[in-house]
Design a protein around this ligand. Structure first.
Ligand code: AMP
Length: 291
C-alpha cells in the first residue's frame, strides 16, 4: 500500500489508474480505524479494481467545544490494518495540505434544510464542514464509487443530496452499521467511555429496537414514542439530544401513510456523544393511529 500526503502526488497517481481504465472506490475516514471502517474497505473491493482510503481529522466539522484536539490519531496502526485489508492507496494529508488558506475562511458546501435538523441542530456547521471536505476529497481522488457507513445516517443523506445537486459523477454506496455483540455501534469515540458507561451504552440501540418493534406493531403516535424513548434514556443517566422517527432516505417528518422509517438518536453518556439509528420497513397498515 502506498501512503501519500500531498495533493499533487495523489492526483498524479490516480490519473495513472484512470488512463489505464481502472475504476476507483474511495472510503473517506478520520482514522483510528475499527471493524466498521474495515467493513467499508472490504465492500469497496466489490466495486472497483483500486481502493483508496483517506485519513484526515477535519477541523471544519468540529464545533468549538468538540473533541477535535483530543480525537484519537493512530496513523501507524491504521496503516497496518489498511495494508492487510488490501488497500492500494492511503491519502493522509496534513492540515496545511488540505487547507492552504485559513480553514476558518474557506468556501463551504451548504446543504440547506437537511443540514440543520437532528444532528445539525445540535452541531451547527457540522454538515457544511463535512460536506466541504467530502467534495474536496472527491475532487482530488475522483472516485467512481464512494462508500459511507449507515451509522452516520444523516451524513449519508446529506452526501447523496449534494452529489445529486452538484452533479458529481460518483456512485454513493451506504454500508450497514457494524456493531459489537451487545449491539453498540462501533465508533472511534467509544474509547472515551468508562467501563461502567460502556456497559450502559448498548441501551441506546436497545431503545431504538423497541421503537422499531412499536412501528412494526402498527403504532403511529410518533411524538409519544419519541418522548417515551427520551424518558427511558434519561432514566438511566443518558442525556439525549434527540430521539426521532423520520421517513427513511429523506429524513422527512413521517405521516400515517409512511411505511419506510428510520429511527435515530443521539445521546450523551458522560463525556461521550453516541449516535445510532435503525431503518424500519413496515408492512403493517397503520390501524392503531393515536394509540
Ligand atoms: P469516521 O472515521 O468516523 O469519519 O467514519 C468514516 C466512515 O466510516 C463513515 O462513512 C462512517 O459512517 C463509517 N463508519 C463509522 N463507524 C461505522 C460502523 N460502526 N459501521 C459501519 N460504518 C461505520
Amino acid at each position: 500500500m502506498l501512503t501519500l500526503h500531498g495533493i499533487i502526488e495523489l492526483r498524479d497517481y490516480v490519473k495513472h489508474w484512470r488512463i489505464t481504465g481502472q475504476r476507483i472506490a474511495f472510503v473517506p475516514t478520520m482514522g483510528n480505524l475499527h471493524a466498521g471502517h474495515l467493513h467499508l474497505v472490504e465492500r469497496a473491493h466489490e466495486f472497483a479494481e483500486r481502493v483508496a482510503v483517506s485519513i484526515f481529522v477535519n477541523p471544519l466539522q468540529f464545533g468549538p467545544n468538540e473533541d477535535f484536539k483530543n480525537y484519537p490519531r493512530t496513523l501507524e496502526a491504521d496503516k497496518i490494518q489498511l495494508a492487510a485489508a488490501g488497500v492500494d492507496l492511503l491519502f493522509a494529508p496534513s492540515l496545511d495540505e488540505m487547507y492552504a488558506c485559513d480553514w476558518e475562511k474557506i468556501t463551504r458546501v451548504e446543504v440547506p434544510g437537511l443540514a440543520s435538523i437532528l444532528d445539525g441542530k445540535f452541531r451547527p456547521g457540522h454538515f457544511a464542514g463535512m460536506a466541504t471536505i467530502v467534495v474536496k476529497l472527491f475532487n482530488m481522488v475522483q472516485p467512481d464509487v464512494a462508500l459511507f457507513g449507515e451509522k452516520d445516517y444523516q451524513q449519508l443523506v446529506v452526501i447523496r443530496r449534494l452529489v445529486a445537486d452538484l452533479c458529481i459523477p460518483v456512485k454513493i454506496v451506504g454500508v450497514p452499521t457494524v456493531r459489537g455483540a451487545d449491539g453498540l455501534a462501533m465508533s472511534s469515540r467509544n474509547q472515551y467511555l468508562t467501563a461502567s458507561e460502556r456497559e450502559l451504552a448498548p441501551l441506546l440501540f436497545r431503545t431504538l429496537g423497541k421503537l422499531v418493534q412499536a412501528l412494526n406493531d402498527g403504532r403511529r403516535d410518533f411524538q409519544r414514542l419519541e418522548s417515551e424513548a427520551v424518558r427511558k434514556l434519561s432514566a438511566v443517566g443518558m442525556r439525549p439530544d434527540y430521539v426521532a422517527i423520520r421517513a427513511a432516505g429523506t429524513l422527512a417528518t413521517p405521516d400515517e401513510v409512511t411505511g419506510n422509517f428510520v429511527v435515530l438518536a443521539a445521546a450523551w453518556l458522560g463525556k461521550t456523544r453516541l449516535i445510532d439509528n435503525i431503518e424500519v420497513h413496515t408492512t403493517v397498515a397503520s390501524e392503531h393511529v393515536g394509540t
